[in-house]
Design a binder for this molecule. Structure first.
Ligand code: SD4
Length: 329
């Protein structure tokens, strides 16, 4: 198996769900650290996993025409939210134990403004609801029924997000898993994205259906500012994927940004955040967490617990999947 195919296969193993096909998008596997290769490049966008390539394409349409990082990250992750073929984000996401698809998302700009929705049902684009929370309300987070009411009041359509495929997978799980939560490296995949626009402004977004077959009402790290995502124009941005509970306990994305503020490179900062998770979790080998980060200079990096995590790095003329280094082989 060639290196790229091997990486994609590993990434699939580490991410359960059907990754969106990437064959139509040119990508090169680069095992080396891209940190320095992207320095000074503007615009620039990074996002998690193989489907990050598709999300980056959407973001780059905005960024390459001089658009704002905030618009780019929203447009980029919306592509994955609308794609029913992946079962970990938006439409088609795997449901909770009771069969409800509940979505978590947030968005943040480099100036510190942010918005988030937790456990939102029936709306295909939670990231857009999160942006509206940020821009149209005095609040940062809306949850559950209130978030849905707000989305409907904003003119969004109520839809059934449970696809036949996800419903079938849930029913199969009900038989075999007997309502035990599955927390391992195979049942999740979140799109997290950080962008730097031509003006030098940054923004990020993160959106997911969370852990498959989670308890009803469970919220992960992805919509929590500082956990699943953090951005500061003065330093850079970071996003997380993997077992949300571990990221929440360590406020991982905030930690990555603060470590970059202290002078760590994006990859070093991501590695330190993974080590923090290791130090607080005796069972860290049993789950996956991955971080991606970009600093103001345009350096990028990522790091994960297990091998198999990757992220897409997009700039004006390229969009490539990069294999992240990991703690464990
Ligand atoms: C969660 N962090 O809800 C999310 C799931 C995830 O890759 O990232 N999957 O815990």
């Amino acid at each position: 198996m060639n290196t790229r195919r091997k990486f994609l296969a590993q990434a699939t193993i580490g991410s359960l769900a059907a990754m969106s096909p990437v064959s139509s998008i040119s990508c090169t596997d680069r095992a080396e650290n891209p940190d320095e290769k992207t320095i000074g490049k503007k615009p620039l966008v990074i996002s998690t996993w193989g489907f990050g390539l598709q999300a980056n394409e959407g973001a780059l349409k905005v960024l390459n025409s001089g658009g704002k990082a905030l618009d780019a990250v929203e447009q980029g992750v919306r592509i994955i939210e609308a794609d029913g073929s992946n079962s970990s984000v938006g439409y088609g996401g795997l449901p909770d134990r009771e069969g409800h698809v509940t979505l978590d998302a947030c968005i943040m700009d480099g100036g510190g403004m942010c918005g988030s929705v937790c456990a939102l049902e029936h709306i295909v684009h939670p990231v857009t609801v999160a942006r509206k929370v940020m821009e149209q309300t005095p609040h940062v987070i809306l949850v559950g029924e209130g978030a849905l009411q707000f989305a409907l009041a904003q003119g969004m359509k109520k839809e059934n997000l449970l696809t036949k495929e996800s419903e079938a997978a849930w029913k199969e799980w009900l038989e075999e898993a007997k309502y035990k939560p599955i927390i391992n490296i195979e049942n999740h995949d979140t799109i997290g994205m950080v962008a730097l626009d031509k003006n030098g402004d940054m923004a990020g977004a993160c959106t997911t259906s969370g852990l498959a077959y989670k308890m009803r009402g469970r919220v992960g790290d992805s919509p929590i500012i500082g956990a699943g995502l953090y951005v500061d124009n003065e330093v850079g941005g970071a996003a997380a994927t993997g077992l949300g509970e571990a990221v929440l306990r360590t406020l991982g994305s905030f930690l990555v940004v603060e470590l970059m503020r202290q002078g760590k490179s994006p990859k070093e900062a991501c590695r330190e955040a993974v080590l923090r998770i290791k130090s607080k979790h005796a069972n860290y080998k049993d789950f996956q967490v991955g971080f991606i980060a970009m600093n103001k200079k345009g350096e990028t990096g990522g790091f994960s617990i297990h091998e198999g995590f990757g992220y897409a790095v997009g700039s004006e003329h390229s969009n490539e999947l990069v294999k992240a280094e990991s703690l464990l082989e």
